[in-house]
Design a protein around this ligand. Structure first.
Ligand SMILES: Cc1cc2nc3c(=O)[nH]c(=O)nc-3n(C[C@H](O)[C@H](O)[C@H](O)COP(=O)(O)O)c2cc1C
Length: 202
């Protein structure tokens, strides 16, 4: 399957086959592909909470509108990000760059994020959105289905996964084999409505 086909055939699946499993190697292949996604300043601040304990999944489902994807998908990933990664990891993620590049990047990262909690949070959401799409398309290429999900109580899920104070949950991603087709695309907007030439006209 090429990328265009993966994009066209990806749907947010509502029911997964609970008997379908992925090996640890198949899971890691998907996650390793995801690691190739871009992040601003190469921060890679995403953190993937992979929930494979059935009881833990059940507890999460209870605070996720009882959505069956949470328990039935082969993989349930809670896409989180470390909002303080800019402070902890800046030098580490530029360690292989030429000295001059690293010496420019590390202070630039500090200046960009320090004292700007909204920027730190926005960046976390951007990165998780991008990595989530990479995962969904990689899954599709392997004949798998997925569902991105934010229909859950973020605070309750945060407690269940012991989310550190300086981390944030962006959304969950269920990946597996669908048991049913989803309804046809419910109503895509036309390109001419969403594409703006140069500037908005008010
Ligand atoms: C951030 C995000 C959160 C979503 N949350 C849920 C969810 O909790 N449950 C669900 O069934 N679908 C969820 N969806 C799927 C959307 O409803 C779906 O993407 C949209 O209706 C378009 O359908 P398609 O993805 O099949 O093309 C979510 C999608 C996104 C991007």
């Amino acid at each position: 399957m090429n990328v265009s086909e993966a994009i066209r055939t990806r749907r947010s699946v509502k029911s997964f086959d609970p008997a379908f499993t992925l090996t640890a190697a198949e899971r890691d292949e998907l996650l390793n592909l995801a690691l190739q996604s871009p992040t601003a300043f190469n921060l890679q601040h995403w953190r993937f909470v992979v929930v494979d304990d059935p009881a833990h999944r059940q507890a999460i489902r209870q605070v996720a509108w009882d959505q069956s994807q949470v328990t039935d998908a082969s993989l349930l990933i809670i896409l989180c990000a470390d909002m303080a990664s800019w402070e902890k990891n800046a030098a580490r993620v530029w360690k292989n760059a030429p000295d001059a590049v690293r010496d420019m990047m590390v202070p630039a990262i500090d200046a960009y994020y320090r004292g700007k909690p909204l920027v730190q949070r926005d960046e976390a959401m951007r990165s998780c959105g991008i990595v989530g799409q990479t995962l969904m398309l990689a899954a599709r290429e392997k004949g798998l289905d997925s569902c991105p999900m934010d229909g859950f109580d973020f605070e309750a899920v945060g407690k269940l996964i012991n989310l550190p104070d300086d981390h944030v949950i962006a959304f969950m991603l269920a990946i597996g084999k669908k048991t049913q087709d989803v309804w046809p695309k419910p109503g895509q907007l036309e390109l001419n409505e969403v594409m703006i030439s140069n500037r908005f006209n008010h």
